[in-house]
Ligand binder design. Sequence first.
Ligand code: GN1
Ligand code: MG
Length: 367
Amino acid sequence: MIYNDIKHIVTNFRFEGTYESACELTAGNINVSYKLTYRLPNGSRAQYVLQKINTVAFKDPVELMKNIQLVIDHLTAAQAREGKDVSRRILRFIPTVSGSYLYRDSHGDYWRADYFISDATAYDIITDPNQLYEAGRGFGEFQRYLFDFPADKLIETIPDFHNTTKRFYAFVAAVAEDRAGRAAGLTKEIDFFFDRRKMMDSIVSMTKNGEIPLRVTHNDTKLNNVLIDNETQKAICVIDLDTVMPGSILYDYGDAVRYGASTAAEDESDVSKIDVNMELFRLFTEGFVGEIRSTITENEIINLPLGIKVITCELAMRFLTDYLNGDEYFKIRYPDHNLVRARAQMALLEKIESRFDEMTAFVKTLL
Ligand code: GN1
Ligand code: MG
């Protein structure tokens, strides 16, 4: 069945060998991704990731791919300088038959493909606490490599992506328009975000007034966006470079803790299961800060826990906004999925708020 969806696409890429099988990779909420297996002439197998880019989220795939290529070149040079073997550490795209990295099909959809990095895992849920330390180290290292990236070379692939203040305005508009007729029963949820408006403005305003520097950041640091080597259990490669653009490091740090240190899935429907695992919070923080301690400011370190709060609130609000808009942005697997996601992230935020002082006390020990 999957083959029918992609057979007209795969022939347009310079994959080695002959097509054998494909399965869908379902972890992402935006792009559609497939893992392809090809058989090589010597009988061994090659694996690739094929992706259809979501153009509701990414309006300009051509510019998006230029951004990613600049980031890849920068990462490659930085790691080569450290004498690292980059072959399993950096995404590598497969050219199309016409030699570019994007194929536009007859419906106008954009496709790209890269080598699947084998013998490594993108964890949705960790199997060992050390993996969170490694995830922290991996994202920290990625951040370190980007410190001297010339930000003015990058376009904003999604303008105002983590401008939480503007996200709030979009939420207010969604409530007012109530396009899907869903706002009536959601007074409690809607009030939740109005009550946190000031907190949601905090990083944007600190960035504006220069208290927190603008850096080149990843902007989507879910645990499953860093690959951990199966054998060494070390973080080897940060993936999903679609949203690398200027931003605050507080969001990258916060998003990773939000997802990786939670005791439940991002869309857990039983909110009583949701909490922050403080050991995992500490492990991630140590790994992350350890890589970049000498390059970030004290003010950034002290405000790391604020990043966890703001990004969790932002994402909860984005899920609710999408629910109010009739589910036009995030892929959903069942009708109320976005509402369930929003409630899960709201529950997580309440736990983060209750542990905020403890988190702040911990990051201060790293100063
Ligand atoms: C989306 O598709 P994925 O998993 O890479 C979203 C992130 C959210 C995340 C929540 C471009 O990321 O911002 O944090 O879902 N990406 C975009 O799971 O909107
Ligand atoms: Mg992503």
